[in-house]
Design a protein around this ligand. Structure first.
Ligand SMILES: [Zn+2]
Length: 450
């Protein structure tokens, strides 16, 4: 091979070939997932168990961590006969994965792994490895979930997204631009969002005329608030996809009013990408149960239907660095009903937010993050708020007031909090001029520092 050709092959032809091949895989996976969503719940459960069983056997043969850990626990892979057996295995947390990082890699795949890291906004970042195949499957289920909101490949889609950290190289920016143009997508960096740039964002929506608007909840809500306050109308997309943060009802209402389109909630995390998403019925979020196993755990095993638990996830296709029963730090509530759409994928009733942001009391009560936004939305004069719990018996409520706020507002808040928390908690009020966003541009409405 002459060197010029070799160079061209290595840098141009092979990547193009490989990309073509990989896209074909992703398209094949998409077709499969597209069909499987309509299987009835029993068939899907059987399919999910079959995939889990195969993964467990792989872990027993190939993954040093599970070989050692199961030996210590006195378990053999044959003892795990159903989901209940599997649910008795310990939950993995970040500290455990960090401490035994290399042991989680499968012997035969450890040299072919890709790596990503979680953001550090809620503690130390975590690196994790995954195979190309599992990545292609993640992309396929992502397209399926976004498709429920009408965001199919090639549709004009505008993203209100956090920009990349640091300065991407020119080549990288160029690649992104070509990729986005090819897929009919455009990105707007929400790190630039401020009172003075809001009209730019509105102008960009009018100019691009997206079929679908996708964004961080905080960014979409902030823009919606601004549009409502200033009376500015923008081009109405067909749908809005809310991502990356817990979506509260008051935020959904504001977005639908401001943009004149239905909001589709989605739930994902960096470790697994899309976990669940709303279909056109908005009656909960369909879990990608043919790709992931999602459990909701209580203090004594799985929570009953309709209850809130911590989210425990197993990626059924990541054979390279399998994380069995990974606790991702979120809380969610299961659903007691199916969805009228006919998809067999089970539903989450709602995602309650970070475990860290749930409010607790000394007598063991747990208040989901949803409570305060729900209660405060009807109080006159509250522009923005943030609740911080530093101790079990103390809550600090910061309220950005406007002229409509008065003694009756305060009395109402006190009464409503007494109803759910009794006298077990001291409530302290603060009235700052503003509440800053987090470093990643998110607005956290409740924060637990316990
Ligand atoms: Zn549905």
């Amino acid at each position: 091979m002459n060197t010029l050709y070799e160079h061209a092959f290595r840098h141009v032809l092979f990547p193009a070939y490989e990309k073509g091949l990989r896209r074909r895989h992703t398209l094949d996976y998409m077709k499969r997932y597209e069909a499987d969503q309509w299987l009835d719940p029993e068939r899907l459960a059987a399919l999910q168990w079959e995939r889990l069983r195969r993964l467990l056997e792989h872990c027993a043969q190939e993954v040093p961590y599970y070989r050692r850990r199961w030996r210590e626990l006195g378990i053999q892979v044959g003892d795990l006969r159903n989901l209940a057996d599997f649910s008795a295995l310990p939950v993995l947390d970040k500290a455990e994965i960090r401490a035994h990082f290399d042991e989680f890699k499968a012997d035969s795949l450890k040299n072919q792994l890709l790596y990503k890291a979680t953001g550090g906004s809620t503690g130390e970042p975590l690196r994790f490895g995954y195979t190309r195949e599992s990545n292609d499957r993640r992309i396929a289920v992502m397209w399926r979930g976004y498709g429920w909101a009408g965001a199919r490949m090639g549709r004009r889609t505008l993203f209100l997204w956090g920009g990349s950290v640091g300065e991407p190289t020119r080549a990288h920016r160029m690649k992104d631009r070509i990729y986005n143009a090819a897929f009919g997508r455009r990105m707007l960096n929400t790190f630039r969002m401020s009172e003075s740039t809001m009209s730019d964002f509105a102008d960009q929506i009018d100019r691009y005329r997206p079929a679908v608007l996708v964004g961080y909840v905080g960014a979409l809500y902030r823009l919606a608030e601004w549009l409502i306050a200033t009376g500015r109308r923008v081009y109405a997309p067909e749908s809005i996809i809310a991502a990356a943060e817990t979506l509260h009802d008051f935020q959904r209402d504001a977005m639908e009013e401001a943009f004149g389109a239905p909001v589709f909630n989605t739930y994902g995390c960096r470790e697994f990408m899309l976990i669940a998403a709303e279909c056109e019925h908005h009656s909960g979020l369909h879990i990608n149960a043919d790709h992931l196993l999602v459990e909701l755990a209580g203090t004594h095993g799985p929570v009953p239907p309709g209850q809130t638990g911590t989210v425990v996830v197993t990626d059924l296709s990541n054979y390279g660095m399998p994380l069995l029963r990974y606790g991702n730090g979120d809380m969610a509530t299961s659903c007691t009903q199916g969805c009228p759409c006919g998809r067999g994928l089970p539903l989450l009733a709602r995602v309650d937010g970070r475990i860290l942001d749930v409010i607790r009391t000394a007598d063991g009560r747990v208040l989901p993050g949803e409570f305060f936004p729900h209660m405060l939305k009807d109080v006159p004069g509250v522009t923005r708020f943030q609740l911080v719990q530093k101790r079990l018996d103390r809550l600090d409520l910061a309220i950005v007031r406007n002229a409509a706020f008065n003694d009756a507002s305060l009395a109402y808040i006190q009464r409503e909090i007494d109803k759910v928390l009794g006298q077990s908690v001291e409530l302290h009020y603060h009235f700052p001029d503003d509440i800053p966003l987090t470093r990643s541009g998110k607005l956290r409405v409740t924060i637990s520092e316990l």
